[in-house]
Design a binder for this molecule. Sequence first.
Ligand SMILES: [Zn+2]
Ligand SMILES: [Zn+2]
Ligand SMILES: [Zn+2]
Length: 366
Amino acid sequence: MPPFGISDEMYRATGATANNTGDKPRLLIQPWGTAANGGIPQHECFCPLCRAAWEDPKLRRNMTTFRVSSSLDDYYKIVFFDSGPDLRHQMMEASATPYRATLETGWRDTRTDCTFLTHGHYDHIGGLGLYSTGRAFKRPVYAPSDLIDAMFGTNENPGWYAKLGRLDEDYVKPIPLKDGDARTVLDRTLRVEAFEVPHTDRVGEDRYHPSRTFGYDATFLPSGKRLVFTPDIKELTEEAIRHIEGANLYVVDGTFWSDDELERTTSGKVNFTSTQLGHIPIGEGARKPAGLGGLKAQEWAKKFRSSLEVLDEVAVEHVLFDHFNHSNPAVDPKTSGWFQSKLDEINSKYKKPKFSFAKDYVKIYL
Ligand SMILES: [Zn+2]
Ligand SMILES: [Zn+2]
Ligand SMILES: [Zn+2]
């Protein structure tokens, strides 16, 4: 039965399938965007995959926003991991209708419990400006402290995001986090711990542009199920692996399949490797340059393993590759078959498939 005050139609629109009348509490995780910066298709791109995606809406992918909700409130409230610039469009596509709003609430209510930002790249923060329209809900925005500084600044020297709200300057509540900080949100059911990961560019002694990068380790307290979220990560460090170990779902950077993918797909016109751009490749790590690098072949092979190679050895229930670039052959329908069969081959070693490629809006229940 739909909860009190919600029409059948609206209830169905949320996609809710369980409530709190005896079912085990569940956590819903729904990727609302599974592409890298620019989405698929990218703005003004006519590469083979983008060309296909301009024509076929089924091939399109939004930029990073992950929605997390609990069955304890019929999946109403949302904790967002990242807030990509497609957010408004994603709210509509996911039917996240703000249906509890009435004239008494000025027709506006919010479903956002809070937002956790991983880092300052545009594809992860561009949606926050939407909260500056109309009623100010002042929902918490947690982020690395240097990102909060860069976005919101200080009273004397406000940042670009600080005064966007014309009706109320404090349209969100920025809250800085340090490496290791934890917050319990979603009616005290979800404990989220921040941990630093390598991704953004280091621009000086202990300074990063546009900010440091965090991963989030989230435990749903009613069931103990755990989600670890690092959509952008350059290397699976020992600390990252400590968090991934034992998780029920690990969302990992899948921007590129191979380290030299940009060079290959642009016939050498783009000379950045996956690792140089701060992304660990899924399937093919960096090749050792002849006579360079200082590392012995074995050390090199260990340091530059692909995420598939590393994660195959880590005890984690499921790994979801995410954050695909338009160059990634694993998500191009003309070539994806080979890459899927590669995952199937590895998955066949496990009782339950361990690796998969993320898709926008597919619901995952933990
Ligand atoms: Zn990104
Ligand atoms: Zn393209
Ligand atoms: Zn990034």
